[in-house]
Ligand binder design. Sequence first.
Ligand code: ZN
Length: 257
Amino acid sequence: MPSRPGAVVPGVRAASAARDARLPDAVDRVTHTPLLTKDTHMTTAVPAQKTQTTASCTIRAEVFVPVDTSGGTVTARMVTFAGLHDGLEHIALVFGETLDPTPLVRVHSECLTGDVFGSGRCDCGPQLREAVDRMAECGGVLLYLRQEGRGIGLYNKLDAYVLQDRGLDTFAANRELNFGDDLRDYRVAAQMLGALGVHAIRLLSNNPDKAAQLTAAGVEVAETESTGLFLSGSNQRYLEAKAHAGHRIALPREGAA
Ligand SMILES: [Zn+2]
């Protein structure tokens, strides 16, 4: 497994450590329970890959939030967790009062530029909205993982954009910055699903690596459903690179109507 981004990017590691250092007060205010041993995740000498798949996490707190969808506002249950193996603040949004035995699940990696600001350089924003709209209608679980830029962090992702503007594709740009093609780690997703009592899923994704990692972590991926194709002039090269890397993206052939 690739190492965590914090292990190779000093700036990101420092930021994560600062976030963890602030966490104890927040946890105390919300739950009044003893704190998880989160700091050990940042300082232990044990390699990350030896601390994972069998570990479980627990629900730390949950709160209902109104969520805007294209069909109106719905209420979702926002869940936080204790004991996630990477110590980051991943969240789940659960749609529907009761879940199917095999619910629709989207494992979405944070993309500040696309999710929040609507950047057209990728398709993350439309994929996120599609997932929310579908789950608002038929229920499901959205796992929002804090692994920006395929795990390299926001600043590095923006640096990669600079390289992309010089002609590299999204994966080559990451390699130029001495990162692997994709540092995302979905073991936390398996932990979160376990804490939610979800053991079999219908996965909403075009990325075969997600299904493979979740399966390896003990989640039964009963079915995989592709997301829509969100092609624009700005993200065509990005989507072509993802398709070349094995994502199930049916791009129209050049010259096709
Ligand atoms: Zn994005």
